[in-house]
Design a protein around this ligand. Structure first.
Ligand SMILES: [Zn+2]
Length: 391
């Protein structure tokens, strides 16, 4: 009898626990993205540049948290997709009621005097990710947790860069927007919400493909308390020499009558977020970021260029090819790179690691003012070659 009573107690405790668990499971942590430049990561992987990014997101996007690990929340995107969001980019909001399903509605595809647009009406501001495809050139945007009720896509002849826009419901709750471009080269795009309407703003290829027709952003890596690498024998700081090189690039482009601006012109502290927000405001046509490399082994040397999105690769290849004319060893052209300024999708961008400060041969070159002028010329020629290769 006593034993039976005990097991009954155990059973009721078990059911009580189960009930608590069910209640907790029914009330997930819900909120919105917030702050400057929130982004999703694929997983918990990490290196010195952070984990692999899935997408930058707009603010006030509905976020359903399912788990927590150190500084990140695990976010439910759809039945089969999860992402990770920094806790600092999340604002709890208990007034949000997660709906059993969300639907898309009609689209509009049009242009104004500057850009082409695809707008997609949605039930709420939901998370998304995007990718660039080449051959043929397309922008692909996946919207998570949403199912198609799109039966109307209005397309106006004011578009100049968008060839076609259509969708595919790739999973029950993953809606794929496909935007075909007229030109093989990607000039960038920007995804944001206008109220509950998802907007994909597409940059057009300039009508005149000359460097003089572009606004060029020049970024000098590091600065202020962020010294970067140190010269192997001279002890020079990367932040000082990226600025010297960036100044030469600015001068050279100016002499060629190209409009340009620099992210910093003195030894100031500037975070990646500061730089990205400044760039977003200035809306350059292309970005070149100047850095100097470093390795543990002092025999490692050479020049390298970096990109993240495949559609932006050609610019980095053209610059690398010209840089090698300076008798720098080819260290390589690196893709899928997680560097902050490789992240924006708005304009083609290229990170240039001129040489290794940890290698005496490369360091000697970098210390030479004549060499730094030559770097500026090669970057200009690289941009020019890239434009010539476009149709
Ligand atoms: Zn650097």
């Amino acid at each position: 009898m006593f034993l039976c009573y005990l097991s009954l107690m155990k059973l009721s405790v078990f059911f009580l626990m189960l009930l608590t668990l069910t209640v907790t499971a029914q009330k997930p942590l819900v909120g919105k993205t917030m702050g400057p430049l929130p982004f999703l990561e694929y997983g918990l992987g990490d290196d010195r540049l952070g984990g692999a990014k899935m997408s930058f997101l707009d603010t006030n996007i509905v976020i359903k948290v399912v788990d927590s690990m150190k500084d990140d929340y695990k976010v439910h995107l759809s039945n089969y997709h999860y992402g990770w969001l920094a806790k600092t980019s999340f604002q709890r909001d208990d007034t949000i009621h997660i709906q059993p399903y969300y639907l898309t509605s009609s689209w509009k595809v049009f242009g104004d005097d500057k850009y082409d647009y695809v707008t997609v009406s949605l039930d709420d501001r939901l998370p998304y990710r995007s990718l660039q495809q080449i051959n043929p050139s397309r922008i692909v945007v996946d919207v998570f947790g949403v199912t198609s009720n799109t039966n109307w896509i209005t397309q106006l002849s004011t578009v100049k860069e968008i060839k076609n826009a259509y969708y595919e419901q790739i999973e029950d709750d993953v809606f794929r927007i496909i935007i075909e471009l007229k030109h093989p080269q990607h000039w960038g795009y920007f995804i944001y919400y206008d109220d509950k309407k998802l907007v994909i703003r597409v940059k057009r290829q300039p009508e005149k493909l000359s460097v003089q027709n572009l606004l060029v952003a020049i970024d000098a890596g590091h600065g202020g308390s962020n010294n970067g690498a140190t010269g192997a024998s001279s002890g020079i700081l990367e932040k000082d020499y990226t600025l010297k090189i960036a100044n030469e690039v600015k001068k050279y482009f100016g002499a060629k009558k190209v409009k340009s601006f620099m992210t910093r012109t003195s030894d100031t502290n500037l975070t990646m977020i500061d730089r990205m927000l400044m760039l977003r405001q200035q809306a350059p046509d292309i970005l070149v970021s100047m850095h100097l490399n470093s390795a543990e082994s002092d025999t490692v040397r050479g020049v390298s260029t970096y990109y993240r999105y495949i559609g932006f690769r050609p610019l980095s290849q053209a610059i690398l090819k010209r840089m090698q004319e300076l008798k720098l060893k080819e260290w390589g052209n690196v893709g899928a790179f997680n560097f902050g300024l490789s992240g924006p999708t708005e304009y083609p961008n290229c990170l240039v690691e001129v040489g290794f400060l940890s290698n005496k041969e490369d360091e000697k070159k970098i210390l030479n003012p004549k060499f730094r002028k030559q770097v500026a010329q090669k970057i200009y020629l690289g941009v020019e070659d890239w434009l010539k290769s476009l149709k």
